[in-house]
Write a protein that binds this ligand. Structure first.
Ligand SMILES: [Fe+2]
Length: 167
């Protein structure tokens, strides 16, 4: 047996990640992707259904936010693929994995209630991501820890934009 046959080759071993770490990080990325997709859908819902005196401004503001979330969805899904995993890709999977909850109906919901709900979701996501970053570091996946740190900062900024409407 030579050095080449002693170690079973795999895509991920070439990245220097233990198989157990890869599995744990991919499971964590599934949760993040589900949360991002749910929040994207909720923000798009509010873009469509917002009413009131500030309609034009809020319609546009929510559009800017869901476009950012759309980009995050793609980045998280492709991070899973880069680590050798499979990305979630169905509404059923997103709903079963999401840590956030769907909007409970929007009939008559005031724009301030929409903003407060989105703010609460972004803040919850920041708290989850803060723990996820630590977990990735513990698992030896510095790349995903760095990626999720950037994502957390983006949500902190989006939360600020939302919070500024309420003060
Ligand atoms: Fe639109």
């Amino acid at each position: 047996m030579n050095a080449h046959t002693a170690v079973k080759p795999s895509i991920v071993s070439g990245l220097g990640l233990k198989e157990s770490s890869k599995t744990a990080v991919l499971a964590l990325l599934d949760l993040v992707l589900a949360d991002e997709y749910l929040l994207y859908t909720k923000t798009r819902n509010f873009h469509w259904n917002v009413t009131g005196f500030h309609f034009a401004a809020m319609h546009k503001f929510f559009e800017g936010q869901y476009e950012q979330l759309d980009g995050f969805v793609d980045e998280v899904a492709e991070r899973s693929r880069a680590l050798g995993g499979r990305s979630l890709g169905s509404m059923r999977e997103f709903l079963s994995k999401a840590r956030l909850t769907e909007a409970a109906g929007d009939a008559g919901k005031k724009e301030s209630a929409m903003i407060a709900e989105l703010l609460s979701d972004h803040e919850a996501l920041v708290r989850s991501l803060r723990k996820d970053v630590d977990e990735c570091g513990r698992l030896g996946d510095q790349g995903t820890a760095d990626f999720l740190t950037g994502l957390m900062e983006s949500h902190e900024k989006m939360a600020w934009m939302l919070r500024s409407h309420l003060s």
